[in-house]
Unconditional design. Structure first.
Length: 229
């Protein structure tokens, strides 16, 4: 078993708590079981809640949540981005490398229902781009990428990818309105989806890499503009 020396008393208790028993006992019961005061337990509960391991509600009490990496990533990412937004660029680079590394495995796991979901995302995106007024298909952009990697069943990959899109929104990229840029991005998305459906995975990978470079250029432009202002 993995060594738990670096976990708090409550996190050790939670890690060994049966997943089928989602609701936890009262604070007084837990404090006796793990041998710490209720006051100390409350502090450890708050850490666990921040990290997304538990949910605390007035009537339902403490509930163990399914294991996710996303909340833990966001705690650090929010802090770093508040310190300097350059960290988003570094995180975006990490996300790009992860998508590249897992591309073939991810797309090979997709089935017919996933292919249809990707088709519908493309359709909705173009409806927004071709509408009057034009709308930014941000939700479609996010959902397309997350759908492509949705069958990996890897909480670390999904946690990093979900955190990327949250950070993307936090710095305002979901409001970017350059129409030429958006049309170019969705042209690549169309190529990616067509390649996935036709099992031409290398062609889809090439389109994904080229389309990722558009974001790199966009971030460079934003950084230069902010420095000039």
């Amino acid at each position: 078993m993995f060594a738990q020396e670096n976990l708090s008393e409550f996190l050790k208790y939670l890690a060994n708590y049966p997943p089928e028993c989602e609701k936890l006992p009262s604070l007084s019961v837990i404090s006796k079981e793990i041998g710490i005061s209720v006051a100390a337990l409350r502090e450890q509960l708050e850490v666990a809640r921040t990290l997304g391991f538990i949910e605390i509600r007035p009537r339902t009490g403490i509930r163990k949540l399914p294991s996710k990496f996303y909340p833990s990533v966001m705690v650090s990412l929010n802090y770093l981005m508040a310190e300097d937004q350059k960290f988003f660029q570094q995180f975006a680079d990490l996300r790009q490398k992860i998508e590249s590394a897992y591309w073939t495995e991810a797309v090979s796991l997709l089935g017919n229902e996933d292919h249809e979901a990707l088709r519908q995302i493309i359709r909705r995106a173009y409806e927004k781009l071709d509408g009057s007024p034009v709308q930014i298909p941000h939700e479609e952009h996010k959902n397309l990428h997350l759908t492509i990697y949705s069958k990996l069943n890897n909480p670390f990959v999904s946690g990093i990818l979900e955190s990327y899109w949250k950070a993307y929104e936090l710095i305002g990229l979901n409001f970017f309105t350059d129409y030429t840029y958006l049309r170019s991005v969705w042209g690549y998305h169309q190529t990616m989806v067509d390649a996935i459906i036709n099992k031409e995975y290398q062609a889809g990978f090439n389109a994904m890499v080229e389309h990722a470079n558009l974001l790199v250029n966009l971030l460079d432009i934003r950084q230069n503009n902010s420095q000039n202002n």
